[in-house]
Design a protein. Structure first.
Length: 314
């Protein structure tokens, strides 16, 4: 007798008999956002950051040094849901929905890097932080780097995680526009899942919980218009005036970690190394087997590298 188990069961075997042959296959483990937070003392809420209603996830003692995680283009705070627990023991850890993203207010105009930086400065003021560690992925890394250039007094340590902002690849830019607008204009399971899977190295997984979370974000009234504003940085002219070059990277004084991956869909490893080479004293770390979300795909390795750097242990 065979029993077919679902992927929602935790590390199970499905057994199938075919004549005298018995095939045993391992069914994928379901990855739940909620299970990532079970056992974590965290809060979800909103605060006013310069007049912008801003959603956040928070974990850790508010008296500890602040750490702010910034997600990528079209993303939301859940990009760092697997990293809150590890960091909460050391930092007052915040993962936010950036300006125009997630459930944070949508300003109704094309968004450039200066707008995100202004919002981040207001967020730090709202939580009463004189300085903070800033860790950003993709667009979040672009914003974090610009923040370190324009407001060095506000940035303690800086992490650029598969960061954008160093180049303009027309093929990648068009791919981001196509996938993002398809998901925002018609947020079916398939269109949203395609956007998520593009980020990941392992295409065999379904990423159901992250897809469901993002689908709900994209189904908000007016979100397609908000996505057009987010996509402004994929316009060649707008992107060109926001790009960071040797002058900007060379002006960063904060201790910096650049994290890159073997399978990033936006830029190869050499681009990550190039960014690190332009930042005085920057440390470079490569995470194999990951795409654009190493903090989610391999949280154990990411957390170790991240904490070692932020705590000055290596």
């Amino acid at each position: 007798m065979s029993r077919v188990l679902t992927k929602y069961e935790n590390v199970v075997l499905a057994v199938k008999f075919s004549g005298s042959m018995k095939e045993v296959r391992r069914v994928p483990e379901f990855e739940s956002v909620w299970s990532d937070l079970q056992g974590v003392a965290f809060s979800q809420g909103y605060l006013d950051a310069g007049g912008v209603r801003t959603r956040y996830l928070h974990a850790g003692d508010p008296g500890n040094p602040p750490l702010v995680f910034l997600h990528g283009s079209g993303g939301h705070a859940e990009a760092y849901v697997r990293n809150l627990e590890a960091h909460a023991g050391h930092f007052s850890t915040w993962s936010i929905d950036m300006l125009g993203h997630g459930y944070t207010d949508k300003p109704g105009h094309p968004l450039e890097i200066a707008h995100y930086v202004e919002h981040l400065v207001a967020f730090l003021s709202a939580i009463g932080a004189d300085r903070a560690h800033i860790s950003g992925e993709s667009l979040g890394g672009w914003v974090a780097a610009r923040m370190a250039v324009d407001h060095p007094d506000l940035v303690d340590r800086l992490v650029l995680n598969t960061a954008g902002g160093s180049q303009a690849d027309p093929e990648v830019m068009q791919r981001i526009i196509t996938l993002s607008m398809a998901a925002a204009e018609d947020p079916t399971w398939e269109t949203v899942q395609a956007r998520i899977k593009w980020l990941m190295a392992d295409k065999s997984k379904d990423y159901d919980d992250i897809v469901a979370s993002r689908q709900r974000v994209y189904r908000q009234p007016g979100f397609a218009a908000a996505m057009k504003d987010i996509m402004a940085l994929q316009d060649p002219e707008i992107r060109a005036r926001n790009l960071l070059g040797p002058g900007e990277y060379g002006a960063i004084t904060a201790p910096t970690l650049v994290v890159w991956t073997s399978d990033d869909p936006t830029a190869d490893v050499e681009e990550g190394r190039r960014i690190a080479s332009m930042i005085p004293g920057a440390r470079f770390e490569l995470m194999p087997g990951c795409g654009h979300w190493p903090q989610y795909e391999d949280p154990k390795t990411f957390d170790r590298l991240h904490l070692d750097f932020l705590l000055g242990r290596a």
